[in-house]
Design a protein around this ligand. Structure first.
Ligand code: SF4
Ligand code: SF4
Length: 352
């Protein structure tokens, strides 16, 4: 069941007018283990996640904090043998479960598909572009997983991550065509500039993204064809923001960074992650988002009180990042977002 618009409006209004924030949605990493070896993945994939009894406590505390939708992430969440028990507990605490997955195990766990209110599959691209970063994977297998989710009538989102080897206009065209034809919502994001492209075993200095000129060409191309798809979930405004990011070697910027670098023509927006959304790492540690884990917050839902945890992530000095998805959600969560059309978009994008 969808979370009522009034709940969402109430939460946003309470935050803006009274300074009382309650998170609406959370990402919860249930394992760092993964059956893939993506070229830009620097997660500690040997690490697992919390055992089920501790995970239940974390889920209880998310419910206590006011969270309405928990998005299970990893690593690869479908690797957890006790996934059904996790889903049972999220449902028992009155929250919706979504999942972000590489899609490879969906067919094997088809009996769980309908337990999710939304499934997001991360991909490299269509046809020959699948498997350029995400090894080992074939588009045919991904398509079987996509068909499976659609067959069960579960809302599906495809998330394409562009890095050095799948950054081609042809791939962008294929993504638009495929999603338009199949009526599937999608987002296109970018691997970070300063992350090494780990599949180049000979040269650790090869970065995950193209040089800045080629990168900007690709963003301009997305902007050019953006309006040809009703299914793209990230706004033009968020992609435009990428073109104005002052230093692509930096993933995020604080107020101190902006003043240290003496940037005058850059006006960062405020970040609302930590107020309306949380990221819970594989060990229970909480941060505003997955990019700030271990940096901002550093409280743990297993050992610290919910109030203390929320306080530690609510106010932070991280202003803006060049993660285009976070930028887009931040816009929808902003004061400007307090109107019915944008609130609908927020509910639709994060599937509230
Ligand atoms: S699917 Fe995700 S967790 Fe697994 S290797 Fe790729 S990026 Fe890392
Ligand atoms: S600005 Fe981006 S990186 Fe920084 S806390 Fe917000 S969402 Fe995370």
């Amino acid at each position: 069941m969808a979370i009522h618009s009034l709940t969402v409006l109430n939460r946003l209004a309470n935050g803006y007018l009274r300074g009382r924030y309650k998170p609406l949605f959370a990402e919860l990493s249930i394992t760092l283990k993964c059956n893939y070896d993506c070229a830009y993945c620097d997660q500690d994939r040997a690490a697992g996640g919390l055992p089920l009894p501790e995970l239940r406590l974390v889920i209880d505390r998310l419910a206590e904090a006011g969270v309405k939708r928990v998005s299970l992430t990893g690593g690869e969440p479908f690797l957890r043998k006790d996934l059904e028990g996790i889903l049972d507990h999220v449902a028992a605490r009155g929250m919706k479960s979504a999942v972000v997955t590489n899609g490879s195990l969906i067919l094997r766990k088809e009996h769980l598909v309908e337990r999710f209110s939304e499934i997001c599959i991360s991909l490299d691209g269509i046809g020959k572009y699948q498997g350029t970063n995400r090894v080992p994977s074939r588009f045919e297998d991904m398509e079987a997983a996509i068909d499976c989710v659609l067959r069960h009538g579960v809302p599906l989102k495809l998330s394409f991550i562009i890095s050095r080897w799948n950054a081609a206009k042809e791939n962008i065209d294929l993504i638009f065509d495929y999603c338009n034809r199949r009526k599937i919502h999608f987002l296109i994001t970018f691997a970070m500039h300063d992350v090494p492209y780990l599949h180049d075993k000979n040269d650790k200095n090869v970065l995950s993204l193209l040089d800045e000129g080629a990168y900007h060409d690709l963003i301009n191309y997305i902007l050019e064809i953006h309006d040809s798809s009703p299914y793209i979930l990230i706004s033009r405004k968020a992609y435009l923001g990428l073109l104005h990011w002052p230093d692509t070697r930096m993933m995020r910027m604080s107020a101190a960074d902006v003043s240290r670098m003496g940037i005058e023509d850059f006006s960062p927006k405020r970040c609302h992650y930590g107020k309306y959304s949380l990221f819970v790492g594989h060990d229970g540690q909480v941060a505003p988002c997955c990019m700030t884990t271990g940096i901002i917050g550093r409280r743990n839902l297993l050992t610290d009180s919910v109030e203390d945890v929320l306080g530690s992530v609510r106010e932070h000095d991280c202003l803006n990042c060049y993660n285009v998805y976070y930028t887009h959600i931040n816009h929808l969560l902003s004061w400007e977002g307090l109107n019915v059309a944008l609130m609908r978009r927020l509910r639709h994008t994060v599937h509230l």
